[in-house]
Design a protein. Structure first.
Length: 203
């Protein structure tokens, strides 16, 4: 047998060996990261009827800065990395809608419910059905919004039921009139103990 000849058994062994090497050398698949509310097994307690902004005219911006009711998914109240928000997940008690935003936060004080925020990116308007008390409470919405590490979920609406109102601590900073994109940091007008039931998936 010449040196260039390889038996069938040898060929199979070589292929298996190469496959094993390739598997070791191949980079691991990069999974999605998440931030915002942990939604598994969650219900929108105390959120029906939907909670209005006060006063109602013009609505308000709600920035989710804490997740005392459900805990933050993956311990990430804010984005853990740069990327794109590919999906928004919502649990709500009644039908409604909101405009999605991503915001930067500074000087947040949990004890006093004070802090400042500015809107960095504007997302789509999301219309949810309010399935929070059904067997399939989590609603999914495809998006393509850039996000930077450290940005928080924010929504603009006149009212919302995407809330869990069991906590006794501060979970949202509330801004009225609503925050506009591109401005500087603005001090919150109020805080809310209800927690946003909104989650972002980043890829």
């Amino acid at each position: 047998m010449s040196s260039s000849t390889i038996r069938a058994g040898q060929l199979a062994g070589a292929v298996v060996g190469l496959a094993a090497v390739a598997a070791v050398m191949a980079p691991a698949a990069v999974g999605a990261s998440k931030f915002g509310a942990k939604l598994t097994g969650v219900q929108p307690v105390g959120a029906s009827p939907a909670h209005n902004c006060i006063p109602v005219a013009g609505g308000c911006t709600r920035v989710g800065v804490n997740y005392a009711a459900t805990s933050a998914v993956g311990a990430n109240a804010a984005a853990a990395e740069n990327g794109k928000v590919k999906r928004i997940r919502v649990v709500a008690a009644t039908p409604g809608n909101f405009r999605l935003f991503l915001a930067k936060v500074q000087s947040f004080d949990l004890a006093t419910g004070t802090g400042q925020a500015k809107v960095k990116r504007k997302g789509p308007r999301i219309f949810y059905e309010g399935n929070g008390f059904t067997s399939k409470p989590i609603e999914h919405f495809e998006t393509r919004v850039k996000v930077r590490k450290g940005e928080y979920l924010a929504i603009k609406s006149r009212k919302t039921s995407a809330l869990d109102c069991t906590p006794a601590t501060v979970n949202q900073l509330v801004f009225q009139p609503p925050l506009g994109r591109g401005g500087g940091f603005v001090s919150a007008d109020a805080f809310d103990r209800c927690q946003l039931l909104v989650q972002a998936v980043v890829k």
